[in-house]
Design a protein around this ligand. Structure first.
Ligand code: GRF
Length: 191
């Protein structure tokens, strides 16, 4: 008997390269999670189209016009209907409400492109370069009410090279994200 896999719901707003990394890792028989739903606040998100092409269940709804509470209620229903147990944010460019965090307490994780607690929020790569840092990186953390503030589950360091721009650094960090996120999510669902 193989152990049942944890059902993960992935939330994204854009290209979804981290989602793709999570989906590809989930294809390994030994992976302890499976992707039950890919959901988005952007019906036109490229990541959503990729997931649909792969035959993965998808859901999307724009909050525009209906407001955040109604949007999150619908999202919550979709996640519950897909029997999602753990939520992985992957480039989800929307702040989750405190009530959503409360409903999924300790079961939402996120990947953030900095070595937390440094550089919470946006423009992490430019801020690291401007600060003269020699090392950047990415973090997977538990989502709480505090922006990018929950328990750090794992990190990967990436060197900042002379001549790096925010874009060249972002590309190097993104490769590290794709290695880190599947590994940490697998550890998280198994703990
Ligand atoms: C990544 O850099 C991730 O760390 C941040 O948003 C970006 C999403 O990229 N939270 P992608 O959509 O996964 O390609």
């Amino acid at each position: 008997m193989t152990a049942p896999k944890t059902k993960v719901g992935i939330l994204l707003s854009g290209r979804g390269s981290n989602m793709i990394a999570l989906v590809e890792a989930a294809r390994e028989p030994a992976c302890p999670y499976e992707v039950a739903l890919v959901a988005s606040d952007k019906p036109e998100a490229p990541g959503l189209a990729w997931a649909t092409d792969q035959g993965i269940a998808t859901w999307s709804l724009s909050p525009k016009g209906i407001g955040k509470p109604a949007y999150e209620a619908a999202l919550n229903s979709a996640l519950r209907a897909a029997h999602v147990e753990t939520i992985a944010l992957a480039g989800y460019m929307r702040l989750v409400s405190d009530s959503f965090v409360g409903a999924w307490r300790g079961r939402i994780v996120n990947i953030h492109p900095s070595l937390l607690p440094k550089y919470k929020g946006l423009d992490t790569h430019a801020r690291a370069i401007d600060a003269g840092d020699s090392v950047a990186g990415c973090s997977v953390h538990v989502v709480t009410e505090e922006l990018d503030g929950g328990e750090v589950l794992g990190q990967a360091e990436v060197p900042i090279l002379g001549g790096d721009t925010a874009d060249t650094l972002a590309a190097r960090v993104l490769e590290a994200e794709h290695r880190l996120y599947p590994k940490i999510l697998a550890e998280f669902v198994a703990r």
